[in-house]
Design a protein around this ligand. Structure first.
Ligand SMILES: NC(=O)C1=CN([C@@H]2O[C@H](COP(=O)(O)OP(=O)(O)OC[C@H]3O[C@@H](n4cnc5c(N)ncnc54)[C@H](OP(=O)(O)O)[C@@H]3O)[C@@H](O)[C@H]2O)C=CC1
Ligand SMILES: N[C@@H](CCC(=O)N[C@@H](CSC=O)C(=O)NCC(=O)O)C(=O)O
Ligand SMILES: [Zn+2]
Ligand SMILES: [Zn+2]
Length: 390
């Protein structure tokens, strides 16, 4: 892999990337060409990437925005190799995390103070191209699409300068990569998105978290931080009870083992009328309904985090909302990546945020398909892929 390209306007023509040529097929590790960053773009050498269920979702063909061939991956950390003209926010050698939720600071969304979503490059990002409408990846003479503005399953990637944040070089990248999606998403949902003022769950809240994967356990971690009273993990997999308790959950319910009672009835009974907050971390629309209906009348809030497949819709009786329950959702936990992510990394470095505990599996890039299989097994919370080991 060339190490002397930094700062030079050259295409890197030997890195490897895991290419998704077609929906539903294994990834193929290929030699790719990665063009230099244009103005307001950054080329990053990716060191480590997590594999998230959203990568599998898009690979499956169920993502309405999914197109192929594409370089997937959106949970990555690395080092800036070179920057294009006009880039001032990061420089060569900076340790960074790629951001699938960019932050330009200038658009209507960024200026609203009401959301972490940024509108500046969302249209091109959704079409799998850079903001100028073209790709920086080539393989076998074909252009490859970018994914979520990050494409971290490549040893080198190019991102918009608003889609990357510099963090301390003291933090181990094989862990901080997970702050690029799963951990930040769940934690942010609990400490930022939840609550009418968006300040997170209040101290003393009773909470139910549906689905105890990386995202759900991160919600648990956020609820502990904000002083929740009851944190009930709901999962169909009994092994998640121990995981939930490790992160601070107080109770566990397996909804398949409560007889004739519905899960919403069970949770209402356990919380004297319903939960103050519930979180869907499964992507299952039936679970989303249960999560809403398990909320306390008058004020309970249910936050949708899980990503459901194309064509799936949520439903409930409108009466559930008329009587004061609130349905909302968030991407990346409501966290503003460039403004707020460095603080989360610092919290991790100061032992205030668990990250290491989520890593159950590791694979080299050559075994990335195994990393997808690992992720789908019930004993995996997160698998980290070493992008330098091919
Ligand atoms: N909004 C956002 O910004 C983001 C959304 N996501 C989405 O969040 C979701 C969760 O991600 P992740 O934590 O990685 O996923 P995991 O699959 O690791 O965790 C989901 C958990 O939910 C369990 N589960 C499945 N069905 C049910 C059910 N009916 N009731 C209760 N529990 C159930 C699963 O059990 P089992 O393993 O037995 O199936 C698993 O333990 C995904 O849909 C992902 O795409 C992820 C990141 C960001
Ligand atoms: N492309 C999908 C939507 C997938 C989705 O909801 N992505 C989340 C992040 S999930 C991360 O693992 C997100 O950022 N949503 C906001 C956005 O602007 O995409 C579809 O079309 O269904
Ligand atoms: Zn993700
Ligand atoms: Zn913006």
């Amino acid at each position: 892999m060339p190490a002397d390209t930094a700062g030079k306007n050259t295409t890197i023509d030997t890195p490897k990337a895991a290419v998704a040529w077609e929906a539903g097929k294994d990834l193929s590790v290929e030699d790719v060409e990665v063009a230099p960053p244009k103005a307001h773009e950054v080329r990053i050498q990716i060191y480590y990437t997590g594999v998230c269920h959203t990568d599998a979702y898009t690979l499956s063909g169920k993502d309405p925005e999914g197109a192929f061939p594409i370089v997937l991956g959106h949970e990555g950390a690395g080092i800036v190799e070179s920057v294009g003209e006009g880039v001032t926010s990061v420089k060569e050698g900076d340790h960074v995390i790629a951001l699938y939720t960019p932050e330009c600071g200038e658009c209507k969304f960024c200026k609203s103070g009401k959301t972490n979503l940024c509108g500046k490059i969302r249209a091109t990002q959704g079409r799998g191209v850079m903001p100028d409408g073209t790709s920086r990846f080539k393989c076998k003479g074909k252009d490859l699409l970018h994914f979520m503005g990050t494409s971290t399953f490549s040893q080198y990637t190019v991102v918009a300068d608003i889609s990357v944040v510099a963090i301390t070089d003291k933090a181990p990248m094989d862990r901080t990569c997970l702050l690029g999606c799963g951990i930040t998403t769940g934690y942010g949902a609990a400490v930022i998105t939840a609550g009418r003022g968006g300040g997170g769950i209040e101290k003393g809240s009773n909470v139910a978290v549906f689905g105890a994967g990386c995202v759900g356990l991160s919600v648990v971690q956020g609820c502990v931080k904000n002083g929740a009273k009851k944190i009930i993990v709901v999962d169909v997999n009994d092994s998640k009870e121990e995981w939930g308790k490790k992160f601070g959950a107080t109770d566990f319910v397996n909804p398949t083992k409560i007889g004739d009672q519905s899960i919403q009835e069970k949770l209402i009974e356990m919380t004297d009328g319903g939960c103050d907050y519930t979180f869907d971390c499964t992507g299952n629309v039936h679970v989303m309904r249960s999560a809403l209906e398990a909320c306390h009348k008058g004020w309970g809030e249910s936050i949708i985090i899980g990503v459901a497949a194309a064509g799936q819709e949520i439903s409930t009786r409108p009466f559930q909302l008329v009587t004061g329950r609130v349905w909302k959702g968030c991407a990346f936990g409501g966290v503003k990546g460039r403004t707020q992510l460095p603080d989360l990394v610092d919290d991790y470095m100061n032992n205030k945020l668990k990250v290491n505990e989520f890593i159950t599996h590791r694979q080299p890039l050559a075994n990335i398909n195994q990393a997808f299989s690992d992720m789908k097994a019930g004993d995996c919370i997160r698998c980290v892929v070493n992008m330098k080991e091919d």
